[in-house]
Write a protein that binds this ligand. Structure first.
Ligand code: PLP
Length: 386
């Protein structure tokens, strides 16, 4: 073909998670522990609200920023849950999942040559979106600091090109969360520099133990913080495509222009379902978390009994054990575990080079599946020479 395509698009790589997932069908009977979505159905009342919206012909475009009733529900949710004040009128936008939210935010704030600092290992969805804007990701290695950003190391990476720092806590792939005192230590770094904090808090409702903490709580950082949220994980609604962006009006008025032209609005029946989720089904994440805690405790115990080093996750539904001692690259470990051991888990290298030496296990699976997975993993590692 002689027509030229956009070089930035051509340069984007297929996600390492997808590349690995493509291998799974060739191993029939494998226990699959790779999926990053809740294994619960969408709550019944939420499904009904979506179905009723379709029956009642609530299927037209809404306001670009989302139906006002939903934005008000988002406003109350964040006020009640985190004491955050965002105006429904001009500081909240409903998006097609967190993914579209992130894309709209990056396209609003990034220019060619800008840099975005990203604590890593990290979700592979960010870098391509940053690159599409002509900007560059600069990774902050957290693999030696409990998967949390060290304030001094962060400060050292900031240059006059740094436009934003992306924070994803609870984290995919590590399951690590941030405590208030840890956010406090980073706060002073952010106060000293002119940059945005893009906080992808899609797993905020999946925390086990302490409540979720967010940078948006700091008054001094309010104007710099853009929150990206959604219902995919909290209410098991990945396919409904409902996300939210919350931020200061000075930014949001421009984000709205991008969202308006790339999406017009989020799916209308899904918006009605989302209202039900936020207004009457707020207890659902807590119910799911009970199951996640039981599963996390089980997988953590089994891994430590196998002598594997692992950080205890406190959020999301992932655990990120080290497989360094087996002397294989994480990709080779994962492939052999799949082909010889019959368990699929994502190699840590799918989450940047800083994930090398680790394995991401999702515990969004039932206890019997997890038990079978851990039994097989134990058998497999007993065949490896140490
Ligand atoms: N952010 C993180 C950290 C994720 O893990 C995911 C999905 O796995 C997303 C964003 C995408 O969320 P959504 O389905 O709402 O677009």
């Amino acid at each position: 073909m002689s027509m030229k395509l956009n070089k930035r698009v051509e340069a984007i790589q297929i996600s390492g998670i997808r590349q690995f997932a493509n291998q799974i069908p060739s191993t029939p009977g494998a226990v699959n522990l790779t999926i990053g979505q809740p294994d619960f159905p969408t709550p019944e009342a939420v499904k009904q609200a979506g179905t009723e919206a379709i029956r009642n012909d609530q299927t037209s475009y809404t306001h670009n920023a989302g139906a006002m009733e939903l934005r008000q529900a988002v406003q109350s949710f964040f006020k009640d849950s985190y004491g955050l004040s965002y105006r429904a009128e001009d500081e909240i936008i409903v998006t097609n999942g967190a993914s579209e939210g992130l894309d709209s935010v990056f396209r609003t704030i990034l220019e060619e040559g800008d840099e975005v600092i990203l604590p890593a290992p990290t979700y592979p969805g960010y870098e391509p979106l940053v690159q599409l804007c002509g900007a560059k990701v600069v990774y902050l290695d957290t693999s030696e600091t409990g998967f949390k950003p060290d304030p001094q190391a962060l400060e050292e990476l900031i240059t006059e090109r740094t436009k934003a720092v992306l924070m994803n806590f609870p984290s995919n792939p590590t399951g690590v969360t941030m405590e208030m005192k840890e956010l406090d230590a980073l706060k002073t770094v952010f106060e000293r520099h002119d940059l945005f904090i893009v906080a992808d808090e899609i797993y905020s409702e999946n925390t086990f133990g302490g409540a979720h903490c967010t940078f948006a709580c700091f008054e001094s950082l309010r104007k710099k913080t853009i929150l990206v949220h959604g219902l995919s994980k909290s209410h098991s609604m990945t396919g409904w495509r409902i996300g939210f962006i919350l931020g200061p009006v000075e930014v949001m008025q421009h984000v709205l222009k991008v969202h308006q032209y790339n999406a017009i609005c989020a799916s209308t029946p899904s918006q009605y379902a989302a209202m039900e989720a936020l207004v009457n089904q707020r207890h659902v994440p807590a119910e799911m978390n009970k199951a996640y805690i039981e599963r996390r405790d089980f997988v953590y115990k089994r891994l430590t009994e196998m002598g594997i080093d692992v950080v205890m996750p406190t959020g999301a539904f992932y655990i990120f054990p080290s497989v360094k001692k087996f002397g294989l690259s994480s990709y080779d470990f994962a492939i052999r575990l799949l082909k010889e051991g019959g368990v699929a888990a994502v190699p840590g290298s799918a989450f940047t080079e800083y994930g090398e030496g680790f394995l991401r296990i999702s515990y969004a699976y039932s206890m019997p599946v997890l038990k079978q997975g851990m039994d097989r993993l134990e058998n497999f590692i007993s065949t490896l020479k140490l």
